[in-house]
Design a protein around this ligand. Sequence first.
Ligand SMILES: NC(=O)c1ccc[n+]([C@@H]2O[C@H](COP(=O)([O-])OP(=O)(O)OC[C@H]3O[C@@H](n4cnc5c(N)ncnc54)[C@H](OP(=O)(O)O)[C@@H]3O)[C@@H](O)[C@H]2O)c1
Length: 223
Amino acid sequence: MKQHVLITGASKGIGFALTKLFLEKGFAVTAASRRIQYADLQYSDFHSLALDLSDPSSIKRSVGEIKEKGIQFDILINNAGVGPDLNAVKPDTTTYHETFAVNTEGTVFFTEAMLPFIKKGGKIINISSKMGSVALCTGTDSPAYRMSKAALNMYTRILAEKYRGTFLVAALHPGWVRTTLSPTNIHGRLSPEQSAQGIYEFVNSDFETDTFWNVETGDFCEW
Ligand SMILES: NC(=O)c1ccc[n+]([C@@H]2O[C@H](COP(=O)([O-])OP(=O)(O)OC[C@H]3O[C@@H](n4cnc5c(N)ncnc54)[C@H](OP(=O)(O)O)[C@@H]3O)[C@@H](O)[C@H]2O)c1
């Protein structure tokens, strides 16, 4: 039977490239995002799911849909993320709330609601960022983005410990990728497809739970 993966933030960027790659590799894919226009993905095992992580009622509705369909997932990839204060130097109330609503709060509560629908032995992958590493931090820019990803890393470690023996849990830095996450990402070193390939290889490797992995360098990342 095909393995089933749920990918959030699947409408563009890294998430869209991941969705295409997992489908090409023969997985069943549920692609979640606010916009659900996937006209060019003609696969029988492709499903789209409307999900706004910043809206608790949307999280409840989307998980309710999964429950109704009786789907059990092998892999959850929490890829959706925003960076409205990327490159800014001063914390700002609006962008702080926007960032935490999606990258942290929405991702945490979506994951908690999804736990009953992930198979025993399944994998939970949080697409974090090297910018969320407390150990490696030297920059002073992008305060909300950095803090939101540091919090996501902490959640990754809590999940890994709590569900040791049940799920494999990891955080990934996808590399500096040419997406629309911020205006400077146009200069990114990796294409979304290259990043997706590295993520795919990690997810399907024999990785240990509680790992923070840098997809661009192919090496561990310090928390
Ligand atoms: N690009 C990089 O260099 C880089 C580096 C480090 C980490 N990352 C991380 O990689 C992940 C993917 O980023 P990307 O570069 O591919 O960004 P992107 O091209 O901007 O895509 C972000 C995705 O998140 C979804 N999203 C945004 N707000 C959402 C919400 N409220 N609810 C549900 N989905 C939402 C978007 O879809 P809709 O707008 O349709 O909802 C979109 O599919 C993010 O977590 C990002 O922090 C990226």
